[in-house]
Design a protein around this ligand. Structure first.
Ligand code: GTP
Ligand code: MG
Length: 395
């Protein structure tokens, strides 16, 4: 890397410790007793933050300041002591609440959405991923800028953003303009992607299976086990942002498997909206293959959350295959599989089968792939027949 003003030129990074020292310091406001506390820490770690202190917050939100006046005072003291770069409120404060906290602390404050957006920004490699992430960020910032204007109009003194009402109105107009431009560019990419898909379907005529599920469930590990793609897997969250396809051949049967972006509990709506074209890969497929991490305690919650996201993007009333992954980490997995089967049948009656697998050791991988191709093939044929009749569904 070269260029003026790049501090790395003078002090080349040579050790992992030095790299870690470049992380921003954060105070995390979260409930240590909550099931998603580990997720909060993992998200901070993936967003390259060093959590220097945690302020426990387990109550229901306060109407004005989300964390309440007492906690806010304590947070101010902690900011004085720890001098963090950022405060992370692991929740979903309203823009007005977030605005008040920022104003009180005079510091950058991220909520859950902002934290997830940061990770998407860090992991977006392709042009399409970058544009989608920027669009999600702009949608998010628009709500904050509107809140800022509302407060200026109420005659409040504002400090943290600096500029006055007209400057912020100018920023809002600029955000709208940029959003329009991105939407046009994404539209072009979407049409290109749809054409590629149509050409692929015409050329190969193979059933398509979208591998979907919670972040870190092992979707990429599964596609790697089925192919020689060697895609990046990792313990960090949202390693995969853009879909990847591969043709898989099992015992004389062929299908296209697609790796997709992971889900998370309460996935920010800005991400669902901005990543619509990417998530549509799941809708255009013949079968969704839901991978769940069978080794974690909250596997049923994570599955329920993934099913809710599938419903939100419109995947419902269609076949679903479930793979209970990472069974190599369990001494005994039959009970977990049965529990997941019962829960899946209750929450999603179109579940075709629940198969235990290990993407790491390869256990049951072939069986899963074969069964998935079979089901997808049947649905593919059914869709072809429906296409010829009037009842063709337009996804
Ligand atoms: N022990 C074990 N580890 C696994 C298995 N499958 C995946 N992993 C590990 O789990 C972590 C997450 O795997 P990924 O394949 O990156 O998960 P993903 O679902 O693609 O995650 P995102 O891309 O973030 O949505 C990685 O460290 C994998 O090596 C498995 O069957 N057994
Ligand atoms: Mg992945």
């Amino acid at each position: 890397m070269s260029g003026l003003g790049c501090p790395l030129n003078k002090n080349p990074i040579s050790t992992r410790k030095e790299v870690r020292d470049l992380r921003k310091k954060a105070i995390l406001v979260a409930c240590p007793k909550a099931q998603d506390y580990q997720e909060a820490l993992a998200l901070c770690e993936t967003a390259e933050l060093e959590v220097v202190a945690t302020l426990p917050f387990c109550r229901s939100p306060h109407p004005a300041t989300y964390i309440g006046p007492g906690r806010l005072n304590r947070l101010k003291e902690m900011v004085e002591e720890e001098k963090p770069d950022i405060v992370v409120i692991f929740g979903n404060p309203k823009p007005s609440q977030l605005y008040r906290i920022m104003k009180e602390l005079n510091l950058e404050v991220w909520d859950r959405t902002s934290l997830i957006l940061k990770i998407f920004e860090l992991h977006s490699g392709s042009k399409e991923a970058k544009l989608q992430t920027e669009l999600a960020r702009l949608k998010y910032e628009l709500t904050l800028a509107r809140e800022y204007i509302r407060n200026v109009k109420k005659g409040e003194q504002v400090h943290f953003l600096g500029p006055g009402e007209y400057a912020v109105e100018y920023v809002i107009r600029a955000i709208h303009k940029r959003m329009k431009k991105i939407e046009r560019e994404l539209d072009k990419i979407k049409r290109m992607r749809e054409n590629q898909k149509k050409r692929r379907a015409k050329r190969l005529g193979l059933p398509e299976i979208a591998i979907t599920g919670y972040t870190c469930a092992g979707k990429t590990a599964l596609i790697n086990a089925l192919s020689r793609l060697g895609l990046k897997e990792g313990p960090e969250m949202f390693t995969t942002i853009m879909p990847k396809h591969t043709k898989v051949w099992v015992d004389g049967k062929e299908g296209i498997f697609i790796d997709t972006v992971g889900f998370i509990e309460g996935i920010p709506p800005q991400i669902i909206e901005a990543f619509h074209a990417t998530l549509a890969e799941i809708l255009y497929s013949d079968l969704a293959l839901l991978v769940v991490d069978g080794s974690v305690n909250d596997v049923k919650d994570k599955m329920a959350s993934s099913l809710a996201t599938l419903a939100e993007i419109g995947y419902t009333g269609r076949p679903l295959m479930i793979a209970v992954n990472k069974v190599d980490l369990l001494e005994e997995y039959n009970d977990v599989v049965e529990e997941i089967r019962d829960e899946a049948e209750r929450l999603y009656p179109w579940t075709v089968d629940v198969i235990p697998i290990s993407a790491k050791t390869g256990f049951n991988i072939k069986r899963l792939a074969k069964k998935s191709i079979d089901v997808a093939e049947k649905y593919h044929k059914l869709l072809d027949e429906m296409k010829r009749s009037e009842g063709y569904p337009h996804y």
